[in-house]
Design a protein around this ligand. Structure first.
Ligand code: UD1
Ligand code: UDP
Length: 365
């Protein structure tokens, strides 16, 4: 069985890591890795290969940055050649980024069976490119691996054949659980001069928060207000870094007292900082899930979430881009009233094993 696994961005690498390992353990499976090159900075790509013991890349498309159409089209052209040469039995895509969309389209057009891991998530907000990407990947997939029951329900509501839907749990959580002890032992907070539960961790990179100057200005106000309550650390995503620079708001962010700005961090440092933070303030998708499993309160700076289980069962609160509310929520958390939550069903570290059982052994989960 010849399997092509696709990665393009930071969260893809974190999701594919347990899948690659599970495929590797199966005899009779040749599992290859295709990197589209959507993310190319060492801090967004190379570092995860070393830390997460990912297999080396078999094909690199070097697509780089561009508009949605440029990135999608370039990836399709490169990936189609690989599919032609490899004649794979299966293409595996994860998540909802442009690389996911592009490779799903190629698999669909060439008639190669497609597995979509993290199927069925919906924000019901088509202004987010990720929502379009997820919907298309799900429409084309033969195997839809859902992380939660709400994701299965979304797919059924859309008329997807129930025989193709598999509720397997969450591969991102497989990675958290595999590396949690190593991350805890690092005590990365100490390198930044923090003590346990005495700092906030920020990540913000969504176009809706950083691409327009007035919104980015509000992001800075949010960070200022929260920093007045408690110190923080903000590893800055390259999209945000670029927008800060072009809008000349970078100086304003640097002036925020008690705030450390860093480059994006490696997985183990980031996980370590997450587990020891009093709370995480983010617009990331995956971090909403990771904080739920770690039991750390998460404030999501978005209008909605495609991961509602992190709100109904986990530690997540969706607060929008609302600086006074963020400060108020942080005060509550610091005074011991943060959400505790519980761990969602099947977020147990074995999702990738279940996916591979279905794909290789044809088992029902
Ligand atoms: C992409 C995904 C988003 C995901 C995020 C994870 C899409 C539509 N978006 O957003 O869903 O949450 O990755 O981090 O697929 N850049 C660099 N170096 C890099 C990569 C990007 O400097 O290695 C800069 C470039 O200026 C680029 C910008 O960041 O134009 C945005 O990169 P892009 O991959 O288009 O989108 P992300 O915002 O990273
Ligand atoms: N992450 C990391 N270093 C950082 C910020 C995030 O390793 O500086 C990890 C984080 O733990 C999670 C993933 O990157 O596993 C989330 O990626 P991102 O927020 O870029 O994408 P999204 O989940 O929003 O698609």
């Amino acid at each position: 069985m010849n399997v092509l696994n696709v990665v393009g961005t930071r969260p893809n690498l974190i999701k594919i890591s347990p899948l690659a390992r599970a495929f590797h353990r199966k005899s009779g499976v040749v599992s290859k890795l295709v990197h589209t090159g959507q993310h190319y900075d060492a801090t967004l790509s190379d570092i995860f290969f070393a830390e997460l013991e990912l297999p080396s890349v078999d094909y690199h498309l070097d697509v780089g940055s561009g508009t949605h159409a440029e990135q999608t089209a370039d990836t399709m052209i490169g990936f189609e050649k690989i599919v032609e040469g490899e004649a794979p039995d299966l293409v595996v895509v994860v998540g909802d980024v442009n690389s996911t969309l592009a490779c799903a389209l190629v698999a669909g057009q060439r008639g190669v069976p497609l597995a979509h891991v993290e199927a069925g998530l919906r924000s019901f907000d088509r202004s987010m490119p990720e929502e379009i990407n997820r919907m298309v990947a799900d429409a084309l997939a033969r195997y839809l691996f859902a992380p939660s029951a709400d994701a299965c329900d979304n797919l059924k509501r859309e008329g997807v054949d129930e025989g193709g839907i598999y509720f397997v749990g969450n591969v991102m959580i497989d990675t958290v659980l595999a590396w949690r002890d190593a991350a805890r032992a690092r005590r990365s907070m100490e390198r930044f001069g923090f003590r346990q539960k005495e700092y906030v961790l920020y990540t913000l990179h969504r176009p809706e928060n950083v691409d327009q100057v007035d919104r980015l200005d509000q992001v800075i106000e949010l960070v200022e207000r929260v920093s007045a309550e408690i110190p923080g650390i903000f590893p800055v995503h390259p999209r945000t870094r670029l927008r800060l620079k072009t809008s000349r708001l970078d100086a304003a962010l640097r002036r925020v007292p008690r705030l450390i700005l860093t480059e994006p961090l490696g997985y183990l440092d980031f996980l370590s900082l997450m587990m020891d933070a009093v709370c995480v303030i983010t617009d990331s998708g995956g971090i909403q899930e990771e904080t739920t499993v770690l039991g750390v309160p998460c404030l999501t700076v978005r209008k909605n979430t495609e991961r509602p289980i992190t709100v109904t069962e986990g530690t997540n609160t969706v607060i929008g881009l609302d600086p006074p509310r963020a400060a108020e929520e942080v005060r509550e958390i610091v005074s011991g009233h943060g959400k505790r939550g519980r761990i969602p069903e099947l977020w147990d570290g074995r999702a990738a094993e279940r996916v591979v059982e279905v794909l290789v052994e044809g088992s029902r989960v």
